[in-house]
Design a protein around this ligand. Structure first.
Ligand code: SAH
Length: 272
């Protein structure tokens, strides 16, 4: 009898440990949760199909590392919620890749004009196919523009927008390119809001399939710690007349932070 009671206590203790661990792993920042809930619900019904994708080897590797967290969907859902929340109507998706965010934006009438730009012609082509641009009704078609262009060069086509999303792009730019991008975006295009996401390298240690010291994608030129991102974001804000609010995306780990970090920049205004 005594043994039975002891065994039951041990089981209960084990459950407590598991529950606490799970809670720690899946503690998602409360503010972010409210921002993302609606978008995630929508995403659950509308996750773009993977089968017609033509990702590069690096994209596949990165996806494999991050997949257990459904991280890309969370990221896109969060960015969509922020764009919705700031009331943006004219929106840029810079480095739009194969158009997953564009597809979500098109699903919401709030976004009256959407411009997707990528330096890779192949990505622009894939995005165009996936969005089925040539089968779209006239009204819907008029809302979206897809262009090839580089964030290295000042581009008049990027001016006059309420907001720009730059999702998982900056880590692909080496130092001189990043410096050019900063001016192209914040000084010349200068949208009302800029949302930048990038990996948090501190979290890499928690990805079981990622060897120690390796970045998530072979084309990443860097991945930043939380303080490196904060320093960069604050520098951008003070240099170009924006305020910035930084938010984690994905499950927050006490020691390592969240897998993705997001900066929400607002031109001239109040903290986002
Ligand atoms: N935002 C997309 C794609 C991220 S991958 C998503 O989250 O799914 C990074 C993208 O940035 C690639 O599509 C790449 O072609 C694009 N890119 C890299 N350098 C660029 C540049 N100089 N100008 C515009 N796009 C660039």
């Amino acid at each position: 009898m005594f043994e039975l009671a002891q065994a039951s206590q041990r089981v209960q203790a084990a459950f407590r440990v598991i529950r606490n661990t799970l809670e720690r792993i899946f503690t998602i920042n409360t503010a972010q949760r409210s921002l993302t809930r609606a978008a995630l619900e929508r995403l659950a019904e509308d996750v773009p199909s993977e089968d017609d994708a033509a990702p590069t080897r690096g994209d596949e590797e990165e996806e494999k590392v991050e997949r257990p967290l459904g991280l890309h969907e969370q990221r896109l859902g969060t960015v969509l919620s922020v764009l919705r929340g700031v009331g943006a109507k004219r929106v840029l998706d810079l480095g739009c890749g194969e158009g997953k965010l564009l597809r979500l934006l098109l699903g919401e009438p709030q976004f009256e004009h959407i411009l997707g730009m990528d330096v890779s012609w192949r990505s622009v082509e894939i995005a165009s196919d996936k969005l089925k641009l040539n089968q779209m009704g006239e009204k819907q078609r008029a809302r979206v523009e897809l262009i090839q262009g580089s964030l290295m060069y000042r581009d008049k086509r990027l001016e006059g927008y309420d907001a720009a999303a730059v999702v998982e792009v900056i880590e692909h730019l080496d130092a001189p390119r990043l410096a050019a991008f900063e001016r192209v975006l914040f000084e010349f295009a200068k949208p009302g809001h800029v949302i930048v996401t990038t990996p948090n390298i501190e979290y890499n240690a928690l990805f079981p399939t990622l060897p120690a010291g390796k970045l998530r994608h072979r084309d990443h030129r860097f991945e930043w710690t939380r303080s490196e991102f904060e320093v960069w974001a604050n520098r951008m804000a003070s240099r170009f007349g924006y305020t910035v609010h930084i938010q984690p995306v994905g499950p927050v780990n006490e020691g390592h932070g969240a897998p993705t970090q997001m900066g929400i920049f607002t031109r001239g205004g109040e903290q986002a």
